[in-house]
Ligand binder design. Structure first.
Ligand code: ATP
Length: 419
């Protein structure tokens, strides 16, 4: 059977992945088998989310009634019911529903009615608390299908120290990264010299190690020195897979959805207040502004080097009328041409304009020339993919160390968009 759970935490504490880890342990303790734990990230632009819009799904072998009762007891014991925005949902089903609802929940917005229709059609048993919104994420989790996947090992703090300062040896995290990157990633942000895998929120997570396969993650985990965790749990996950991205056309983008799309830079890059960078791209008809915010750090240096005429593929969420860049593929750079007065062959000094349409003249010897000197300056940027710094990466964004995106898979071919 599959058990899906969502919406158990609040900004003040708890985490649905922790609840999933505790439930998995209790199910095993009651003689049931847990063959897979899934950590599913859903549309990162959902406004009800507490932090990372996560839901969990456990694949369980045993008595369904007992498993459901234990899941309900665990949620009732651990979820932050007092928080207004915490509306837990629990789903249990022997039959895996179609994955359509999951794909909609990770790329788009769903209603409770749509989730209930899936649950009824599947014959699932479910319980929604308060306004029942958690049933959306819980249903998406049991519907999830992972054509691409990664893993995350989560270490959780003992309840008696929740809310106090986390003790994790910083150097050991850098060692873990050095030893296992690119098979693991985002343990630290080497460029900025900071730990990324240790949260600063009051939830039970001590640290999380993300990677391609459990073996590499375990290797990295062995490097980490910290306070003694309460429990640790390995999840298979859609994190780091770009599951949220869809193809799109400029001019037809919808708020709160995430896209990969091609375009041509249509004007100069602008630096706004707070160090946020914006650049506009367009196709033959429409334009859209793309933002690289200050926390994306060195990524902004790449964006600053773009010039009008550069052909790019961008990936990110469309919010407030702009695409918030997660990564960018520079497909072709426009030549940076210049034109200036020629050098006088007699005096070896640069000529000056002789007036509009009259060519150039040498101020020293009076020599004349008709043609300007034209040339191309080397561009500081070459075609390739570039991404935000690890500390600014979204959970679902696929890091380039896992491979560069194949924009064509999403039907995104900038050269066919721009004639
Ligand atoms: P936690 O990690 O503990 O689950 P969170 O950041 O994941 O916290 P939630 O507290 O789960 O956030 O809140 C997200 C809420 O939004 C849930 O009720 C979930 O069912 C709902 N939700 C998730 N995805 C969608 C979607 N695509 N459309 C509509 N509602 C969604």
């Amino acid at each position: 059977m599959l058990i899906g759970i969502d919406d158990t935490d609040s900004p003040e504490g708890m985490c649905t992945t922790y609840l999933g880890a505790v439930l998995a342990k209790r199910l095993v303790g009651e003689g049931m088998g847990v063959s897979e734990s899934r950590l599913i990230r859903l549309n990162p632009n959902v406004r009800y989310k507490t932090r990372g819009n996560a839901a969990i799904c456990l694949e369980v072998h045993g008595d369904m009634k007992r498993a459901f009762a234990l899941a309900c007891r665990t949620v009732e014991e651990l979820a932050c019911f007092a928080a207004a925005e915490t509306n837990p949902g629990i789903v249990i089903t022997e039959r895996k529903p179609q994955s359509d609802f999951y794909h909609k929940a990770v790329k788009d917005f769903c209603t409770l009615g749509e989730a209930l229709a899936v649950l009824e059609e599947t014959g699932a048993v479910f319980r929604g608390y308060k306004n029942q919104r958690g049933l959306i994420g819980a249903t998406a989790a049991v519907c999830s299908d992972l054509p691409d996947f990664t893993y995350e090992l989560l270490a959780y703090r003992k309840p008696e120290v929740w809310g106090t300062r986390r003790i994790v040896n910083r150097d050991s995290l850098f060692l873990a990264e050095r030893t296992t990157y690119p098979h693991t990633w985002d343990t630290v942000d080497p460029g900025q010299g900071i730990a990324v895998c240790v949260p600063h929120t009051p939830d039970p997570v001590l640290f999380g190690i993300r990677g391609e396969r459990p073996g590499w993650i375990s290797y990295a985990r062995e490097c980490v020195l910290s306070e003694k965790p309460g429990i640790e749990h390995m999840y298979i996950t859609n994190q780091g897979t770009d599951a949220h991205l869809q193809s799109g056309r400029i001019g037809e983008l919808r708020e709160g959805r995430s896209y990969m799309l091609g375009g041509m830079v249509t004007g100069p890059v602008e630096t706004g207040r707070g160090g946020h960078i914006s650049v506009t791209i367009g196709d033959n008809e429409n334009t859209v502004r793309c933002m690289a915010y200050e926390p994306t750090k060195g990524f902004r240096e790449i964006i600053r080097q773009l010039r009008e005429g550069d052909l790019v593929v961008v990936a990110g969420s469309f919010k407030g009328g702009s695409i918030n860049l997660e990564k960018i593929g520079v497909v072709a750079v426009a030549p940076d041409r210049y034109s200036r007065p020629p050098v006088c062959p007699a005096c070896n000094r640069r000529m000056t304009s002789a007036g509009s349409g009259k060519g150039f003249k040498c101020r020293r010897c009076g020599g004349r020339a008709r043609e300007a000197e034209v040339g191309e300056r080397p561009r500081g940027i070459l075609p390739g993919w570039f991404e935000v710094t690890p500390s600014a990466r979204r959970h679902l964004a696929k890091p380039l160390c896992r491979g560069e995106p194949d924009a064509a898979i999403l039907g995104c071919q900038p050269s066919s968009v721009i004639q």
